[in-house]
Design a protein around this ligand. Structure first.
Ligand SMILES: Nc1ncnc2c1ncn2[C@@H]1O[C@H](COP(=O)(O)OP(=O)(O)OP(=O)(O)O)[C@@H](O)[C@H]1O
Ligand SMILES: [Mg+2]
Length: 228
C-alpha cells in the first residue's frame, strides 16, 4: 500500500533576525517591516508571553523560561506560510527546514553598554550580555544550527549601519524570490543535502553571507526572553 503525503511549500522566505539583547533586533525589524509590509513579524518574547509558552520562572534572571516545544507547536504552522520576520536572541530553536536567512546583528561593547545601561539593566545582566557579545555566542549558535551560507553577520552600531542592513536584507529577499519561483519545502529532507531546495542553485544565499566568522568559544547566551 502506498501512502501519499502532501508536501507543504512556502513561496516567500522566513527571515530570522538575531543577536545579543540590545544589538538592535527589534528596531531593525521595525524598519524591515516598513519595507516588507506583507510580512508577518514575530517578536518571540511577546509571542511566547501571549501564547503562554513558558516552562517555569527563573528567579535569578527574573524572567520566564521559554518552553521550546510549546513555542514551536504554536509557531510552526505560521512559519510554514513563509513571509515571516522572526526576532529573538535565541536562534537554535527554529528548525533549519523553516529558516531561509539568519541575520546576526553585532554591536561594539561600549555602544552596547550604553544601550543596556540606558534601559536600566542591573550591572550583572549588562555584564552577562557584554560577555556574550564579545564571545560571539549568538553568532556561534547560528553557525552551529544552520548552514553557514544562510548566516550573515551585520554590524549595527549606528543608524547608518542599520539602514544599510535593512537594504541588504530587502535585496536578499528579492533575490530569494527570483531564485525560488517554485518555493521551497517545509518538510524535513532526511538524508538529502541540507539545502536541496527545489532549485539547483546553491550559491543564491552566498552573496548575503558573511565573509568571516569571528567568534571564539561559545557559552550559552542568557535565556532572558521577555525580561526587558
Ligand atoms: N544600529 C543602531 N544605531 C543606533 N541605535 C540603535 C541601533 N540599534 C538599536 N539601537 C537602539 O538601541 C536600543 C536597543 O535596540 P533594540 O530594542 O532594537 O534591541 P534588541 O536587540 O531588540 O533587544 P532585546 O533582545 O532586548 O529585545 C534601542 O533604544 C534602539 O533605538
Ligand atoms: Mg527586541
Amino acid at each position: 500500500m502506498v501512502t501519499e503525503t502532501k508536501e507543504s511549500r512556502r513561496y516567500s522566505p522566513n527571515l530570522l533576525v538575531t543577536g545579543t539583547p540590545g544589538c538592535g533586533k527589534s528596531t531593525t525589524c521595525e524598519l524591515l517591516m516598513r519595507r516588507l509590509p506583507d510580512y508577518t513579524y514575530f517578536n518571540i518574547s511577546e509571542f511566547a508571553e501571549k501564547h503562554k509558552c513558558y516552562d517555569g520562572y527563573d528567579e535569578s534572571r527574573k524572567s520566564h523560561i521559554v518552553d521550546d516545544d510549546k513555542l514551536l507547536d504554536e509557531l510552526e504552522p505560521l512559519l510554514r506560510r513563509g513571509k515571516s520576520i522572526i526576532d529573538w536572541h535565541v536562534n537554535d530553536v527554529f528548525p533549519e527546514r523553516l529558516i531561509d536567512l539568519v541575520v546576526v546583528l553585532r554591536c561594539d561593547n561600549s555602544i552596547l553598554f550604553d544601550r543596556l545601561h540606558g534601559r536600566g539593566y542591573h550591572e550583572s545582566k549588562i555584564q552577562e550580555n557584554l560577555d556574550a557579545e564579545i564571545m560571539g555566542v549568538v553568532l556561534q549558535d547560528a553557525l552551529d544550527s544552520y548552514e553557514q551560507e544562510i548566516v550573515v553577520e551585520l554590524q549595527s552600531n549606528s543608524t547608518e549601519e542599520m539602514d544599510a542592513n535593512v537594504e541588504r536584507i530587502v535585496a536578499w529577499q528579492e533575490m530569494w524570490l527570483t531564485q525560488h519561483k517554485n518555493g521551497v519545502t517545509n518538510e524535513y529532507q532526511g538524508e538529502l543535502p541540507k539545502d536541496s531546495n527545489s532549485d539547483e542553485e546553491q550559491q543564491e544565499e552566498s552573496s548575503a553571507s558573511s565573509d568571516e566568522s569571528s567568534s571564539d568559544e561559545s557559552e550559552t547566551a542568557e535565556e532572558d526572553a521577555g525580561s526587558n
